[in-house]
Ligand binder design. Structure first.
Ligand code: RNT
Ligand code: ZN
Length: 417
């Protein structure tokens, strides 16, 4: 799109927003400092760089050609994705993306295995977040890690948790930033357990051990991620939301909400106002649950929009850690990545542009009719004109231009792999 057109559209959008008491310039200013953490694992279907790749508890389907085969390709692909997004970024890594100088067992890795990532992050002016990889490993005991009945298995994964936190802390320190270390265990059972409490006692005990060491929160924030069920854990997941919510509050750990990890009619957006009263740290895994699958590409749907709107209305937009988490191997991965990132980013901007002052004022005045009228009118405000302006200012592709850019990269780079 022509620059002149973008500027013209923005000016008229600004006037419309003004009528609703919204200053689009101010929203854009605020927006420029917002960050989204891009998950590296969409680029290679969570394979990682370990020599030995075993079946994973994270089920990824599809075999679209051109997945990144090594760190260089993955980083190049991430750069391509980031350049079409107008916000600031972090990149979210997993242990399996380590590049140790000499072969090292996963639970014994240290931050030196991430030197390339750290250098790259500095060069690209992005932060880093981290995750231990409690899956796809021969020490998984029939889908169980920290809740295995075998002490040696639990000890192995507790050790992994400890070294993971050390790595994350050092990553944060090297970048003079905060690194969010998210902890997710697939542990659960296919069929009904006889003793649910027993498995949860194991989980609690392992977590107490792995989280014992305290770190400066300036550089490390731990979060725990629950799931209602998974493939192979249909009847029971040890780390349920009811487990982690009290655990995190009691132990001062942050909580991670993945939009695909709840009952389909349960609203993650509705949780934010409550959680923010009791938590310092909330991590979002913005994803898209489809029936029983939790990891479709994020889109601008009601769920994504509602999350951003609630975050803004609750005044916690700056406080939230917003990350993406999906993996679709059935379509061009660069499209999958970029669409999800741009959709999360656009929903975020739309939330900042909501006439929130007017809405709250109507509500306080008990004028719920006005609140409804404003809500519905707000849905059709010209967000896209402001979004295009944000993209223009950040040098990200506007309108159809980013699609052509991805097609070009796909032809020149992806198709040649
Ligand atoms: C899995 C969880 C978890 C993973 C990543 C790879 O259901 O959502 O966050 O997707 O750690
Ligand atoms: Zn997740």
């Amino acid at each position: 799109m022509k620059e002149e057109q973008i500027l013209k559209n923005y000016e008229s959008a600004k006037a419309i927003y003004r009528d609703f008491g919204v200053d689009a310039d101010k929203a854009l200013e605020k927006y420029k400092n917002m960050r989204i953490s891009l998950h590296c694992w969409q680029g290679d279907d969570i394979r990682g760089f370990e020599e030995k790749v075993v079946a994973s508890e994270n089920v990824v389907t599809g075999n679209y050609p051109g997945a990144a085969r090594n760190p260089q390709e993955l980083r190049a692909d991430i750069e391509q994705v980031l350049k079409n997004s107008p916000v600031r970024h972090k990149v979210n890594l997993h242990s399996v993306y380590a590049e140790p100088k000499k072969p090292t067992s996963r639970e014994e890795l240290d931050v030196t295995a991430f030197e390339n990532w750290i250098e790259w992050a500095k060069k690209n002016k992005v932060g880093l977040d981290y995750n231990g990889s409690f899956f796809a490993h021969e020490m998984m005991d029939n889908g169980l890690s920290v809740t295995s009945q075998k002490k040696e298995v639990r000890d192995f994964w507790i050790r992994h948790l400890e070294t993971t936190r050390e790595i994350a802390y050092n990553m944060g320190k090297s970048l003079n930033d905060v690194c969010v270390n998210n902890i997710w265990f697939p542990d659960g059972l296919k069929d009904n357990p006889a003793d649910r409490r027993y498995w949860r006692e194991l989980l609690k005990d392992s977590l107490d051990k792995g989280l014992k060491k305290k770190y400066d929160k300036k550089h490390l924030i731990d979060t725990l991620e629950a799931k209602v069920f998974g493939i192979g854990t249909e009847c029971f997941v040890a780390g349920s939301y009811d487990f982690y919510l009290p655990y995190c509050i009691k132990n001062g750990v942050g909580i991670c909400l993945d939009t695909g990890h709840f009952h389909p009619t349960e609203s993650v957006a509705d949780k934010l106002s409550s959680l923010s009263l009791f938590f310092d740290d909330i991590l979002l895994h913005v994803s898209r649950g489809v029936r029983w699958d939790s990891d479709h590409v994020t889109v601008c749907d009601d769920t994504t929009n509602a999350i951003m709107v609630e975050a803004n209305r609750a005044g916690i937009m700056d406080k939230l850690h917003i990350a993406l988490d999906y993996f679709d191997a059935s379509i061009n991965r660069i499209f999958a990545w970029t669409v999800g990132l741009r959709c999360a980013a656009r929903s975020m901007l739309a939330a900042l542009l909501e006439p929130v002052d007017m809405l709250k004022k109507a509500e306080r005045a008990d004028d719920f009719g006005l609140r409804l009228a404003l809500t519905e009118e707000a849905k059709a405000l010209p967000v896209n004109a402001v979004w295009d302006m944000a993209c223009l200012q950040a040098g990200a592709g506007v309108g159809y231009d980013w699609i052509k850019d991805v097609q070009n990269y796909s032809e020149k780079v992806i198709a040649r792999r």
